[in-house]
Design a protein around this ligand. Sequence first.
Ligand code: SAM
Length: 242
Amino acid sequence: MRDNSIFKQGLKELNIELTETQLEQFEVYYDMLVEKNKVMNLTAITEYEDVLIKHFLDSLSIVKTEKAKKLLFSSCCLIDVGTGAGFPGIPLKIAFPKIKVTLMDALNKRINFLNEVISALDLKDIEAVHGRGEELARKDQYRERFDLAVSRAVAKLNSLSELCIPFVKVGGLFVPYKSGSIDEELEEGKNALYKLGGRSTHVVKFTVPLSDYERSLIVVEKKSNTPAQFPRAGGKVFNKPL
Ligand code: SAM
């Protein structure tokens, strides 16, 4: 058995209590991640303690935002856009099993890996969907269906907002995980947030437990429906950000 005391210490700092079964699920997830990473590109971070801190604790650190925390303790519907190897969506599902999770990614290989993880961990009320956010957000089954949209390391705020906000119900939240100084990005993204029906309420800045990694979570509330023309097709989300 590996020594996961550093993980337990970080969880304590985040005020998250996990059962032995949940801790075991994180162990299995770690093993699957590192094993699959030998044959496909999932993560540059593979050392055990690094994964515990930079992937698992970082993903869970969204509880530092009170509004998102409240949703996670309910049976909310969460979407993780551009989830990659499952961050932050899988750690959130393990720690908050009542939530309903949709993991979305444009690369099918990653979706196949996530389906293996879901099955091995016996997770319920979770699906992994292959597709581009800007296309899936136009489908009725996903558009404005989620209480909480999260996304880490996918795009700058102006493009990311167009990918994510259309998924959120009016009254719901969009919380992108950002790092470093975000003042400029926030300024550049304000117009996009507004046009898509969102309002940035505040930014929660902190250091990820047991690291010197600076994290900023932007808390965006969805105030009105996203106009039907968004998200735009043909690469405009990235080439011509709002
Ligand atoms: N969120 C994960 C993390 O923090 O480790 C993965 C980050 S990875 C750098 C970016 C991921 O976003 C990739 O898996 C990529 O396939 C996905 N992605 C990029 N653009 C996308 C889009 N338009 N729709 C859905 N997924 C997208």
